[in-house]
Structures are given as structure tokens and as C-alpha cells.
Design a protein around this ligand. Structure first.
Ligand code: FMN
Length: 199
């Protein structure tokens, strides 16, 4: 499918078919797609946790406000977390980053302070989320990006040491009746001329 078609047909799934699960073969592909996520200076300041276990999904569901039903009925949830142990990150970065990247981190980012570094790292994680939403749609798998989660509870349930959950993406297959699919609810976007300029 041409990418424009993927962009027009993907949508935020509001109701999943609990009887359909993402296959083990596709989960392996998804693991690799996540591993290949791009980031500034190739910093990769993240952890991706894929949860398919029903009991754990339901526990996470209870910490997901209005998103709970999606956690119960969807196939897997991918939790996107950011590094929150900077000392550990800095201790490890020289082992995998190019010399210029280490220079950039030490001389450009670090002098701006911890808050700036953590914001920059979170931006990398969000970039991975966007990339993932497109990738998963290209596999004909439905998804729901979710900021409506209790981040600290997610951290505790998943035992994420040194990482802070930021956003989760539910994946699975839509319930036929899902009213949010483009055939039932047309996509809403600002007008092209308001958001895109060709100079
Ligand atoms: C970072 C992010 C967080 C979102 N959080 C939620 C959420 O918690 N629950 C939900 O149902 N939709 C959530 N959405 C879905 C948006 O509302 C949706 O992407 C937007 O309305 C555009 O619709 P579309 O994805 O169907 O094209 C989120 C989207 C993004 C990008």
C-alpha cells in the first residue's frame, strides 16, 4: 500500500475484537521494528515493553483511566519508557555512541542541565511512537496511542528500574462495530493550507 493510503486508513482504535491476537511472527517483527527506531545522535534513551499477558494487561488497564477496556480486549500493549537514570546512561553511552555524538552530549546538552536532557530524551521516545504508529499500520494491525495512563503505576507494575513510562500503544484488531474507524467516522484534520506551506 502506498504510504498516503496507510496515513488515511490508520486511525485510533476505540474498540478491539478480543478474539483476534497479533501473531507470534508479527510480534517478532515488531520487536525488530522497535529496535530500529531512530533517535538524535543515535542515543536510544528508551525501553520498549511489549505486554501480551492478559493478567498484566488487565492490571495496566486499571491504571489507564478511560482506556481500560482497550487494555482488556486489545491484543498487546507496547509501553514506551524513557531513561530516568542519567548517570547510568552517561556511564554506558561511550560504549555505543560515535565520538562526535558523545562530544555533542557532553558539550551541547549536558551544560543545559538535567531537565533539558530529560526533555530531549522524551522527545526521542515520542519520535519512536510516531514511527511505530506508521509501522504498525503498514502491517495492517490496528492501534491506539495512549497518554491516558498512570505512568508511575505502569512503572511499578512492570518493574521498570531506571526508566519512566511516558506513553503506551495498544495494538490488535478492531471490533467490526468500532465507530471510530474511517468508514464510520471521517478523519478530522485542520485545513491543508493552515498547517502545510510550500515555499
Ligand atoms: C501522544 C498521543 C496520545 C493519545 N492518547 C490517547 C488516549 O489516551 N486515548 C485515546 O483513545 N486516544 C488517544 N490519542 C488519539 C488521538 O486522539 C488521535 O490520534 C487523534 O484524535 C487523531 O485521530 P486518528 O489517530 O484516528 O487519526 C492519542 C494520540 C497521541 C498522538
Amino acid at each position: 500500500m502506498e504510504f498516503l493510503e496507510v496515513a488515511k486508513s490508520r486511525y485510533t482504535t476505540k474498540k478491539y475484537d478480543a478474539s483476534k491476537k497479533v501473531s507470534a511472527v508479527d510480534i517478532e517483527k515488531i520487536k525488530e521494528i522497535l529496535q530500529y527506531s531512530p533517535s538524535s545522535i543515535n542515543s536510544q534513551p528508551w525501553k520498549f515493553t511489549i505486554v501480551g499477558d492478559q493478567e498484566v494487561k488487565e492490571k495496566l488497564g486499571k491504571a489507564s483511566y478511560f482506556n481500560e477496556e482497550k487494555l482488556v480486549e486489545g491484543s498487546h500493549v507496547v509501553v514506551f519508557s524513557v531513561v530516568d537514570d542519567l548517570a547510568k546512561f552517561e556511564g554506558k553511552m561511550e560504549s555505543y555512541l560515535a565520538e562526535g555524538a558523545v562530544w555533542y552530549y557532553n558539550n551541547f546538552l549536558k551544560p543545559q542541565g538535567e531537565e533539558k536532557i530529560k526533555t530531549w530524551m522524551s522527545e526521542q521516545v515520542y519520535l519512536a511512537v510516531g514511527y511505530f504508529l506508521s509501522a504498525i499500520a503498514s502491517m495492517d494491525i490496528d492501534s491506539t496511542p495512549m497518554e491516558g495512563i498512570e505512568n508511575d503505576k505502569y512503572k511499578e507494575i512492570l518493574g521498570l528500574e531506571g526508566y519512566q513510562p511516558l506513553v503506551a500503544v495498544m495494538i490488535g484488531y478492531r471490533d467490526e462495530e468500532d465507530g471510530n474507524q474511517p468508514s464510520k467516522t471521517s478523519k478530522q484534520r485542520l485545513e491543508m493550507q493552515e498547517v502545510v506551506e510550500l515555499v
